[in-house]
Every structure is written in structure tokens, then in C-alpha cells.
Design a protein around this ligand. Structure first.
Ligand code: NAD
Length: 493
């Protein structure tokens, strides 16, 4: 399924319109499935970031501008944005799938629809949020408490769910009255053109959202730009640490959504035959290129062989192919570099003595594209590299445990704490175990992100939360106005 036409742009979306880039370099994207040219856009430069931040700054500082709009007016703009995103949903899904290898069936359920869902969710939420309240002070005075937008946000997103993760940030920041400069990953720039079109169609004021594609240096420049008030980052833990360091020095608020190595805990009473689809979603979704996946599968020793057989069967039966083919369940890795990385981990797993029970190589059916077979390792110890580091590919590590206490200890013996799942026929038991896992989110017999639930990590998986009302709070800062002084103590008689 080769790409017929390429998507090419010569301009950047800054200040509400398409403008000439300051530099002359371009970012070229190829299809992850076929290696055919998919398109190209101008690569943003520091001067473009300067222009974008200045546009966002002006839009934010305008006393009659976006941040001063009534919440209901911003909500209506978000609803128009939702409509504009929705009408481009299928095209967005196709562009994402073409670039990063996400199976189109998954892109149609996520990238095509979730951004609009988020825009509508935050439109509804901002209407219900109390942005100002009067309190009676303990000392007798009257106090006004304001929730104000934090300002200009530098938003940096990865390539794995580029549109969803952009809207994880844009939904709440727009609802709160902030403005933004988004820096998409160089791997996924073509879908960001559709986001810009949707923003224009929704009639957001100029400069409220600006998009400047580029690599990590450009991201680093945005992070420390003096015109930026807050940084919202999703990406690797390594980059997150650098950004946290810089934001620490600048005392700049930052939200960090980072990597994971979550546990899928199979309890001894689980009936996995009923859960194959949910297990796939919780462990292998998007070719393993999803941050919250339970890539360490913990299985009771008494049922270990059965669980190994089940996962080997599941992985072996998955349809591997061109990401744009609706029948595909596992597409290619995003890039040659990412495939090399995944293959490096598979080699390391072998070298450390883990046993491959499915996959382990490149699929013979694919002679182009960055494919890796869905791979399952048995006999993995929790101290093996493949059990400790995030692989970000379709590679699962099956680890035996002895008793629930051991399972919980293994789950928690990780640098990360982002997602996870518990598989059981006993809901109460599942919840008891879930509560004891050190992680930001965990599912019972499934893992599906819901817009109403705070999402984010503990430990090296990040700082702060996106989604839910908590995701909105991350873009609001508090101001207290002491309106009237405390009552004077009664004069002594
Ligand atoms: P990455 O960290 O290499 O890049 C992410 C983004 O940050 C890109 O736009 C990149 O250009 C930019 N960047 C990189 N270094 C930077 C720096 N020093 N300063 C500023 N910007 C910088 O990650 P990736 O390979 O694109 O994405 C995969 C990673 O993202 C995985 O680790 C995955 O777990 C994580 N992720 C986390 C979540 C979450 O919500 N926790 C969601 C999706 C992906």
C-alpha cells in the first residue's frame, strides 16, 4: 500500500496564519511501512520560536484577548475546534498511521476521535469550574480567590499519539485561557498541519495556538524561552530529566509525562481466554509504542506455562503488516532508529538468558518498512535489562511470581510508575492489589484511558497529571485578593 501523493507545506502556522519560515531546512517524513516519501514541512528555527512565543505572548497579554474571554465563549471556541477536528478525523488518523506505523484501526479509534472528545470535555468542564470565589477569612476579612490562566505554554509532544497528546495539553490550556506554542516531533509533522487548519476553522484568535516543528534543540530552546510561563512535556524520561533541570533553575512550572515499564499482574484466578482483546490493548497497543503498556507480565508460577503459551499464541496470531491496511494489528516501528533500538533490546534479552517464545526477528512477509515481529520472552527475571528499561516496541517480558505479595513487590520494583493492570475474576481482589501498586493509573482486566480521570506517573514516569479536572488545574494559578481588612479586636474596656 504505497503512498500515492505526498503532503508538503512551505509555511509555518504562527500568529493565526501561514507564514514563511525563517530558515531553509526541511523535515522530511517517510512512510514507516513502505519507506516511501510521505511529505515534508519547514523545520522551525530559534527565530521561528521567537516569533511564535511573541505571538502567543501578545495573544495572552491582550487585555481584551483570549484570556479575558468569558469561560463560556472559550468553551464555544473549543466546541468549534472539536467539530473542525472531527471533520478531519479520518485524514488525521491516516497521516498519523502513515508516519508512525500505528495500525489504522487503532488510529481511527484514538487519533481520529479522542482529540475532539477532549476539546468537548474541557469545554464542558470550564463552564462548571469556579474561577472566582469569595471567602470569609478566619480573621474576619473578606477574601477573593481567583483561578487565573498561567500564561504562555511551551507544549512539547512525542510522535506516538501526536494528536491525542497535543490535545491532552491544548484542551485544558485553551479552556483555562492560556495560549501556546506547540513543538511536534519531527517524526510526525504532517498531522500537525491538520491541527492548524482546524484551529483556523474554529476561529481561535491569532496567536492563541502556534505550531513550530523541530527536533530536540528547538524543544530545549522553547523550554527556556523567556516568554514562556509554563512547560508541558510528554516524552522520554531522559529528555524529561533535562527539561526538569532547566525548569528548576528557571522556577518555571512544568508537567512531565514520561516513560513507563508497567506491570500486568495476572492473578491465579484470572480467566485470560475471555480477555484476549483487552490484554492486547493493555500490553501491545500501537506496536508497543505506548507509554502505559504493561510490558512486564507477572504470572503465578503454578500457571506460568499456561500464561506463556497464551501470550506466545496471542503474539504469533497478530496480523503484522502495512499500518494503513485495516486488517493490520501490528505495524512497523516509527523509524529505522527505533527498530534498531528495539532489536538491541531483543539481543540483550537473549544474551541475558531469557527465552524467546514468539517472534524475535523481522517478519519475513515485509521486505520494506521498520517492522519487528511481536516478541514474547519467557524466563525473564525482573533484574534483566528487558524488564527494567522501556523498549517502546512489541516486546513482552513474562516474569513468574510466588504469591500475591511477591507479585506486588515485583510490580513496584521498577524505576517507573505509569500504568499497569490486574487480571482476575474477583473484582474486589483486583482492586486490593491495584491500590498497592505504586503507579499513576492502573486498570482491572483492561487499561483504557478516560478523559475524566487524571493521568500521569509517579517515580521516573513524571510529575503532574493531565486529563480530568486535575489536568485543567495544571493550567490555572491561584491569586488571593484580601478585599477587606480583618476585624479590629475590640478595644479593651
Ligand atoms: P523524546 O523524549 O525523544 O521526544 C519527545 C519530544 O521532546 C519530541 O518532540 C522531541 O523533539 C522533544 N525533545 C527531546 N529532547 C528534548 C529536550 N532536551 N528539550 C526539549 N525537547 C526535547 O521521546 P519520543 O521518543 O519522541 O517519545 C517516546 C517517549 O515518550 C517514551 O519514553 C514514552 O514512554 C513517552 N511517552 C509518555 C507518555 C505519558 O503520558 N507519560 C505518553 C506518550 C509517550
Amino acid at each position: 500500500m504505497s503512498t500515492q501523493t505526498t503532503v508538503d507545506s512551505n509555511e509555518l502556522f504562527i500568529g493565526g496564519g501561514w507564514i514563511e519560515p525563517r530558515g531553509s531546512e526541511r523535515i522530511t517524513v517517510v512512510s514507516a511501512s513502505t519507506e516511501d516519501l510521505a511529505g515534508s514541512v519547514p523545520e522551525g528555527t530559534n527565530a521561528d520560536i521567537d516569533g511564535a512565543v511573541s505571538a502567543a505572548r501578545q495573544a495572552f497579554d491582550d487585555p481584551d484577548g483570549w484570556s479575558s474571554w468569558a469561560a463560556d465563549d472559550r468553551a464555544q471556541a473549543l466546541e468549534r475546534l472539536a467539530d473542525a477536528l472531527e471533520s478531519r478525523g479520518e485524514e488525521t488518523a491516516q497521516r498519523v498511521s502513515l508516519q508512525n506505523g500505528m495500525p489504522i484501526s487503532i488510529a481511527m479509534q484514538t487519533e481520529a476521535v479522542f482529540p475532539a472528545v477532549l476539546a468537548r470535555y474541557y469545554a464542558g468542564l470550564i463552564r462548571q469550574t469556579t474561577l472566582e470565589e469569595e471567602r470569609q477569612g478566619l480573621l474576619g476579612g473578606t477574601i477573593q480567590v481567583l483561578r487565573k490562566p498561567v500564561g504562555v505554554v511551551g507544549a512539547i509532544v512525542p510522535w506516538n499519539f501526536p494528536q491525542c497528546l497535543s490535545m491532552f495539553k491544548l484542551g485544558p490550556l485553551l479552556a483555562s485561557g492560556c495560549t501556546a506554542v506547540i513543538k511536534p516531533s519531527p517524526e510526525t509533522v504532517l498531522d500537525s498541519l491538520l491541527l492548524a487548519e482546524a484551529i483556523i476553522e474554529a476561529g481561535l484568535p491569532p496567536g492563541v495556538v502556534n505550531i513550530v516543528p523541530g527536533g530536540r534543540e528547538l524543544g530545549a530552546y522553547l523550554v527556556e524561552h523567556p516568554g514562556v510561563d509554563k512547560v508541558a512535556f510528554t516524552g522520554s524520561t531522559a529528555a524529561g530529566r533535562k527539561i526538569a533541570r532547566r525548569c528548576g533553575e528557571l522556577l518555571r512550572p512544568v508537567t512531565l509525562e514520561l516513560g513507563g515499564k508497567s506491570a500486568a499482574i495476572v492473578l491465579d484466578d484470572a480467566d485470560l481466554s475471555q480477555s484476549v482483546e483487552a490484554l492486547f490493548g493493555a500490553t501491545l497497543l500501537n506496536n508497543g509504542q505506548t507509554c502505559y503498556l504493561g510490558t512486564r507480565v507477572l504470572a503465578p508460577r503454578a500457571r506460568y506455562d499456561e500464561v506463556v503459551e497464551m501470550f506466545a499464541g496471542l503474539a504469533g496470531a497478530l496480523a503484522v503488516g502495512d499500518s494503513l491496511d485495516p486488517a493490520t494489528q501490528i505495524g512497523p516501528m516509527v523509524s529505522a532508529r527505533q527498530r534498531e533500538r528495539v532489536e538491541g533490546y531483543i539481543e540483550e534479552g537473549r544474551a541475558q538468558g531469557a527465552r524467546i517464545v514468539a517472534g524475535g526477528g523481522r517478519p519475513e512477509s515485509q521486505d520494506r518498512g521498520w517492522f519487528v515481529e511481536p516478541t514474547v520472552f519467557a524466563d525473564v527475571r525482573n533484574d534483566h535489562t528487558i524488564a527494567r528499561e522501556e523498549i517502546f516496541g512489541p516486546v513482552l517480558s513474562l516474569i513468574p511470581y510466588d504469591g500475591v505479595e511477591d507479585a506486588i513487590a515485583l510490580a513496584n520494583d521498577s524505576e517507573f510508575g505509569l500504568g499497569g493492570s490486574v487480571w482476575t475474576n474477583d473484582q474486589e481482589r483486583g482492586e486490593d492489589v491495584a491500590r498497592r501498586v505504586q503507579t499513576g493509573s492502573i486498570g482491572i482486566n483492561h487499561f483504557v484511558i478516560d478523559p475524566a480521570a487524571p493521568f500521569g506517573g509517579v517515580k521516573a514516569s513524571g510529575i503532574g497529571r493531565e486529563l480530568g479536572p486535575e489536568g485543567l488545574a495544571a493550567y490555572l494559578q491561584l491569586q488571593t485578593i484580601y478585599k477587606t481588612p480583618p476585624l479590629q479586636p475590640d478595644a479593651a474596656p
